[in-house]
Write a protein of this length. Structure first.
Length: 572
């Protein structure tokens, strides 16, 4: 039988749906060692209505014409094959010996009627003696239904149609073995009878339906399927567990010291305990000083623990965080090529939100670029813009944080150009290396002192006015870096009395490795200037301008921009 020797991969391949047949083109007989098959082939899919009438198997196939010749000489248990055309169908009648059973399966463009030979019928009758179970199952599944359910992902076998009436399940398992190409082993206690009609379902789903009906189970090893009662599988599992415990008790205990390099010994110990890798006689001790595990257990358990340690005790990847803090004239920041993606309002007590690049949100009562204005506390979505919010007046400036992304090299060139024409100034360009999922903090500012007088005397306190940036990177598997950001900008508003302006923003953004994240919207309504020159000579009145240069940014509002570029450091 060619079908029985095919590989499971060939048999379980997806079958292309065929159009309904209009004619029967062939009727042939195939005889095996213990089974006789009548194969009825059409020029498309066949959907027969099968029923038994005395010692005859009747197949009514609708909407087809008979164009094939019917075999005249037939072997036992058949006695004859007849065909006739009715008004809307073609009827085939297969006469057979008394007491003969048959199975019918529709596969692709063929209908296969299987008969067991007489000597096999006698053997089956003896095997089926005793109490049997008859199950009634009526299931009809069209091709669209499994694709919409979870079964479509579970069952991948070739689709077949089965129609049985009070049939013994043993030959059904043999039929499924022929279709699938798997080797079936049937436990002697597996027996019963079933009535079922399955239309266009995967063969492995049909197998599971039969097994569930009789509370049978299966075990698949390679291309072998073993079918037995579920109680037998449960008994085998219990015996295997008992045997495992018995062998563990007989195995000698040994001691091993496992040194942990990158992880902590306590974390590894917790994973070993939760994973139940220790045997009932095993123990584990943590040496925190040396970051070492002392394990006493069987060699089998120790080998499993070492495998887990090898997987978990690896160095965490590192991220180089490069930050550039720049002040620039608000009329020139739009020339930096920044793709703004979200806006954050910095009013006291407000919460901040992020948006992906290509969508901008405006909050508060500030007017954004293009004349878009927020309505109170509402958030209004708008199209992407490439210019920041216009600043409003106030002591110490305002903060209406924007988030965007830009090309690193493009940003560097644009900043150099703006500095050349004295429209921007780089305040700081720090770099810091941190580990994956570990915080890195960059702070730049000044410390000022305040004095207070009380009955106990004069007290001097130090306070910081600084720009602080805290970044916690997390590397994603698809080449991005998730950044958890905390930005705070403190400035001294007045000395007497000492007043400090504080602006703090917490947000999270996703940036591609090597791409630059831009934080903007911190406005300062002041004039910034910077002088550079030759010592001593630059201090000469009037003539000193020949030996020094002055860089002015203003007068007018300036915007502070923070550029953050995460780069994943590859292992060498």
């Amino acid at each position: 039988d060619k079908e029985a020797t095919a590989s499971p991969e060939q048999k379980t391949a997806a079958v292309k749906e065929l159009p309904p047949a209009t004619s029967i083109v062939q009727v042939r007989i195939e005889k095996g060692q213990d089974i006789l098959k009548v194969v009825i082939k059409g020029n498309g899919s066949l959907n027969p209505n099968v029923f038994r009438l005395d010692n005859r198997a009747v197949l009514d196939i609708p909407s087809v014409n008979m164009e094939a010749s019917v075999p005249v000489a037939v072997p036992l248990p058949l006695t004859s094959i007849r065909a006739g055309k009715h008004k809307d169908k073609t009827r085939l009648v297969l006469d057979m010996k008394e007491g003969t059973s048959f199975d019918v399966a529709a596969i692709e463009d063929s209908v296969i009627v299987s008969f067991r030979l007489p000597e096999k019928e006698i053997y089956a009758a003896k095997a089926a003696e005793g109490e049997t179970k008859v199950a009634e199952v009526e299931t009809k599944a069209v091709s669209e239904t499994p694709e919409k359910s979870g079964a479509a992902n579970k069952y991948k076998g070739q689709k077949i149609s089965l129609d049985f009436q009070d049939a013994d399940i043993s030959p059904i398992f043999r039929l499924l073995a022929d279709i699938s190409g798997y080797n079936f082993i049937i436990d002697p206690s597996v027996k019963g009878k079933i009535t079922m009609k399955l239309m266009n379902v995967p063969w492995d789903q049909a197998l599971d339906i039969i097994l569930q009906t009789f509370s049978f189970g299966k075990s698949v090893e390679g291309n072998i399927i073993w079918i037995a009662p579920t109680s037998l599988f449960a008994k085998i599992d219990t015996e295997r567990t008992a045997e495992k415990l018995r062998l563990e008790k007989q195995e000698d205990l040994t001691q091993d010291i496992v040194r942990i390099n990158y992880a902590t010994a306590s974390d590894i110990s917790s994973a070993i305990t939760s994973g139940k890798l220790l045997s009932t006689r095993g123990s584990i001790t943590i040496d925190g000083r040396m970051n070492t595990l002392i394990i006493q257990d069987t060699q089998t358990s120790i080998d499993k623990i070492k495998t887990l340690v090898k997987v978990m005790d690896v160095s965490k990847p590192q991220v180089m965080i490069e930050a550039r803090i720049v002040t620039a004239s608000t009329s020139y920041t739009s020339q930096l090529g920044i793709r703004w993606g979200g806006t954050f309002e910095g009013a006291p007590g407000r919460t901040f939100a992020t948006q992906p690049a290509g969508a901008v949100q405006f909050g508060g009562d500030q007017t954004g670029a293009g004349g878009i204005k927020g309505l109170g506390n509402e958030i209004i979505s708008a199209v992407s813009v490439n210019t920041p919010l216009s600043p409003t007046s106030g002591p110490g400036g305002v903060v209406s944080m924007l988030i965007g992304s830009a090309n690193s090299s493009q940003i560097a060139l644009s900043l150099q150009a703006l500095e050349t024409i004295k429209k921007s100034k780089t305040l700081s360009n720090p770099r810091i290396l941190t580990m994956d999922n570990e915080a890195a903090t960059i702070t730049q500012g000044v410390t000022f002192y305040t004095t207070s007088t009380s009955a106990e005397g004069t007290k001097t306190e130090a306070q910081n006015a600084a720009l602080s940036l805290s970044v916690t990177p997390r590397i994603t598997p698809d080449g991005y870096v998730s950044l958890k950001l905390t930005v705070s900008d403190d400035s001294l508003a007045s000395v007497t009395p000492p007043v400090k302006n504080t602006k703090t923003i917490n947000t999270q953004a996703l940036v591609k490795d090597g791409e630059t994240l831009v934080l903007g919207g911190i406005y300062i309504d002041s004039e910034l200037n910077d002088e550079t020159g030759i010592p001593l000579l630059s201090k000469i009145p009037i003539l000193g301008w020949l030996f020094k240069t002055k860089q002015d940014i203003g007068p007018g509002p300036t915007e502070m921009l923070i550029f953050i570029t995460p780069r994943v450091v590859s292992k060498t």
